[in-house]
Design a protein around this ligand. Structure first.
Ligand code: HEM
Length: 169
């Protein structure tokens, strides 16, 4: 009886570790997608009263536009391989990936007005991806043209055509 319990707990532990590991890997992939192609390409903040920001003094009522897309593509923070798709840059978290400049990674904004859908969206994406990848493999179709395009949000101008292969039931 004790042996069965120990075996059961060991299996559960291995399963939990595997799920944790898969979840981290998916976060790395999602983060890298959102770094290269953040749906929201800039944030806006209005200054309520005069404020000092580094060497700048910003008067009240000024609107600040924070260019997330530009920050996500800045070699100073991301290194010379900034344009490459490298999920492994997030292997040790956002702080390491941004070289201690977390303000340079803003797919969901920042501060008290950041995205309320952050947890929901990332969890949903991970669940959907893991369900799809259990049964299907997909690659880009020959007709796919890579053309990120900004119209309210950043999106593929001609859609994303993929070839889907069923690999198990
Ligand atoms: C990939 C999906 C999503 C992305 C990339 C995204 C990104 C963002 C960004 C950049 C902001 C502005 C944050 C700021 O100004 O600091 C925002 C705000 C917001 N998002 Fe999302 N979002 C996503 C999905 C969702 C979903 C699914 C919901 C609702 C369930 C949602 C609800 C909101 C709301 C209500 C705000 C305004 C928050 C406030 O002003 O206090 N978002 N989102």
């Amino acid at each position: 009886m004790k042996g069965v319990l120990v075996l059961g707990l060991s299996y559960m532990y291995i399963l939990m570790c595997s799920l944790f590991f898969i979840s981290i890997q998916m976060s790395m992939i999602l983060n890298e997608c959102l770094r290269l192609y953040p749906p929201i390409i800039s944030l806006v903040r209005k200054v309520e009263k005069e404020v000092r920001l580094g060497k700048l003094i910003i008067p009240a009522n000024v609107e600040l536009h924070i260019p997330s897309l530009a920050l996500h593509h800045e070699p100073e923070f991301w290194g010379q391989e900034v344009e490459l798709f490298k999920p492994e840059r997030f292997a040790e978290g956002v702080v390491k990936a941004t070289n201690n400049n977390i303000g340079t990674f803003l797919p969901f904004g920042t501060g008290p007005r950041n995205c309320v859908g952050f947890d929901y969206t990332t969890t949903e994406a991970k669940i959907a991806l893991s369900m799809i990848l259990q049964c299907y493999t997909f690659t880009f179709s020959q007709g796919y043209v890579h053309s990120p395009f900004h119209y309210v949000t950043l999106r593929p101008q001609h859609g994303v055509q993929v070839t889907v292969i069923l690999h198990s039931l």
